[in-house]
Structures are given as C-alpha cells and as structure tokens.
Design a protein around this ligand. Structure first.
Ligand code: IPM
Ligand code: MG
Length: 357
C-alpha cells in the first residue's frame, strides 16, 4: 500500500532541511520501490503567513489523514510580536496535542566519526547511545490555569500549571518501559519529587507500572542531578523518561554530547504508534536561507519514521548506514566540522546521503 506522508517544512532552516529529507524519500521511491506519496502544507509562521493561523485547518486535516508526518521546525523573530495564540510555537504544540502525540522519543546517539565534534572529552561520550522519552502533551506546556494577570494591589504576575493525571503518567511510563525492554533494560525516571507534588505522583505511578516490567532496572533521579550526570557520565543512562518541560531541556543538553544538535532526530507517537517526525533543533533564523544547515537530523527522522510507524526496517537501516558512510567519507556541515574534514552545505550533504543509500 502506498504510504501518505504529510510534509510540513515550517520556518527558517525547516524549508532547507526538509527539502533534503524529501530528496532522500524520493530516492527510496525510485530506487528501492518505497511506495510513498508526499504532500506539503504550511505550519508555524508559514501557516500564519498563508492562513493567518500557525496550524491552518487544512494542514491539520492533511496531518490527520496521513500515515505519518514529517516536520521541519517552526519560529522566527518576525513572529515574536504576535499574540501568543498566533505564534509559530502554538502550531507545533497544537499539532502534537491534536494528534495525541504524547510519547516523544529523542535518541542521543554518538556516531564514532563525530567523537571529536563534541565539546566533551572523547572518553566521556564515545559509545554513547541513550534514549530520552519525553512526555509531550501534558504538564506546564498545556496545564490550566495559565496566563498573565494583575493582582488587586496592581502587581502583574504570570502563572502556569504543572499538572499530570495518573493515566497520563501511566501511558508515558508504559511507553518508556516498552522501549527499555527493546534496549538495555535500564530506565531512569527523571523528576523533581523532592519539591513538586506533580512529581511525587509521577514517581508513584512509574513505580507501579514498573511492577509489570520486572526485567527492567528502574531508577529515579532529580532533574538537577540528571542534568549534571548527563555531562559527567552520560553513558550510565540507557532510557530516561521525563516530564514535558524537563525533557525539552535535557534533550537539548543531550544533543551536544553527540557533537551537534543538528544530528538529533525525534519521533512523537500516539497510542497506536502513528507519529510525527522532526529534528529536535529549531528553525535557526540566524542561518536560515544560507544553505549551511545540517540536514542529517531531519534525514535521520525519516529513518525513525520508517522504523517506528511505517514498519520499513530495511529502508530505515539503509538511511542510517548511508549517514554513517557519508560521515566516514568526511563530509561535514559547519556545526560538526573539525580540522581535516570536508565542509559542505545543506544540499551537498543531502546529495551525499542520496549517493550513499
Ligand atoms: C522542541 C522545541 C519546542 C518545545 C518549541 C519550539 C515549542 O523546543 O521541540 O524541543 O519546547 O517543545
Ligand atoms: Mg526544545
């Protein structure tokens, strides 16, 4: 059956990097019989520009009807002054929530070829392979009440609500345990249970779900310690499961262990394994349009899509091996460039991957 993929490039470098990922999918189609149909739609600032909404209805409809969604990135300084509801980020949060994509997988895998691109010592990061499972549709990102108000004494205050229901914690915990079962069976749940009630409940539920997975070694860590351990000794982790906001922060941090945020793909899955795939980095307005952004995180997101939603494992392997080969050949975009390697732009990197498929 032909798979339908909704392609949402978004803003900034989103356009350039998604174009390379599309090129890779076209190559899978023409050379390896991958039956795929792609349709593009605007989201984020591009959605606002074309339909005055960061998540146009037609985009949402396309995404819902598709077998999977590939997204670039959203946001840009030209949209910063818009009311919050119309900001690009709302388009991204909206689609995650509308599609029920509660389980966000953010693997931090260090390609041995990039061991010197990391700012950390080679011995600290070499061999790194960890998976952050970030809850994606709850907590302070979505909790109500939220807002900015003026108190009776005239002082303004901003407020958000960090909230998780038991079923929300239970399903993300289950998702993380299942992933741990397929990896090295070690799961670290990251919370702030020494201070927050929401974390106290989180931990209680994770422990309860863990009873169904006796083969998984479960541990708990406060988020501040986890941030420290991630740079001190990141190889102690196999799978980490955490709250939406903690996961946002820790995954950016983990990306640097691998050399560059430009290398990290992600999958956001619903309860049926349908998903949206995107690089974890943002729209990088400072380098947008220059043709120098690293497309590998987006290309690797296509590999995750093939693996987790479309069940095309051989094609997923093919992409991941092509990326590895390209790195062996010495091709590097600016973010992962080190002395003695070949600096290339976004398009050349995409072409190199296509050639290596
Ligand atoms: C991410 C991004 C988003 C988030 C922003 C753009 C809303 O930082 O995917 O990590 O905070 O989730
Ligand atoms: Mg983030």
């Amino acid at each position: 059956m032909t798979k339908k993929i909704a392609v949402l490039p978004g803003d900034g470098i989103g356009q350039e990097i998604v174009a390379e990922a599309v090129k890779v999918m076209e190559a899978l189609k023409s050379r390896f019989g991958f039956r795929v149909e792609m349709e593009q739609a605007p989201i984020g600032g591009a959605g606002y520009d074309t339909a005055r909404h960061p998540l146009p209805e037609s985009t949402l409809r396309l995404a819902k009807a598709a077998d999977a969604v590939l997204l670039g990135a959203v946001g840009g300084p030209q949209y910063d002054a818009l009311p919050r509801e119309q900001r690009p980020e709302r388009g991204l949060l909206g689609i995650r929530s509308e599609l029920g994509l509660f389980s966000n997988l953010r693997p931090a895998l260090l390609y041995p070829q990039l061991v010197h691109a990391s700012t950390l010592k080679p011995e600290v990061v070499s061999g790194l392979d960890l998976m952050i499972v970030r809850e994606l549709t709850g907590s302070v990102y979505f909790g109500k009440p939220r807002g900015i108000r003026t108190r009776e004494d005239g002082v303004r205050e901003g407020f958000n609500t960090m909230i998780y229901s038991e079923p929300e914690v239970e399903r993300i915990a289950r998702s993380a345990f299942e992933i741990a079962m397929k990896r090295n069976r070690k799961l670290c749940s990251v919370d702030k249970a020494n201070v927050l009630e929401v974390s106290e409940l989180w931990r209680e539920v994770v422990i309860r779900v863990g009873k169904d997975y006796p083969k998984v070694e479960l541990s708990h860590m406060y988020v501040d310690n986890a941030a420290m351990q991630l740079v001190r000794a990141p190889k102690q982790f196999d799978v980490m499961v955490t709250d939406n906001m903690f996961g946002d922060i820790l995954s950016d941090q983990a990306s640097m262990l691998t050399g560059s945020i430009g290398m990290l793909p992600s999958a956001s899955l619903d309860k049926n394994g349908k998903g949206m795939y995107e690089p974890i980095h943002g729209s990088a307005p400072d380098i947008a349009g220059k043709g120098i952004a690293n497309p590998l995180a987006t290309i690797l997101s296509v590999a995750m899509m093939l693996r987790y939603t479309l069940n095309e494992i051989a094609l997923a392997d093919r992409i991941e091996q092509a990326v590895s080969r390209v790195l062996d050949q010495g091709y590097r975009t600016g973010d992962i460039w080190t002395e003695g390697t070949k600096k290339v732009g976004t398009k050349e990197m995409g072409d190199a991957v296509v050639a290596a498929l």
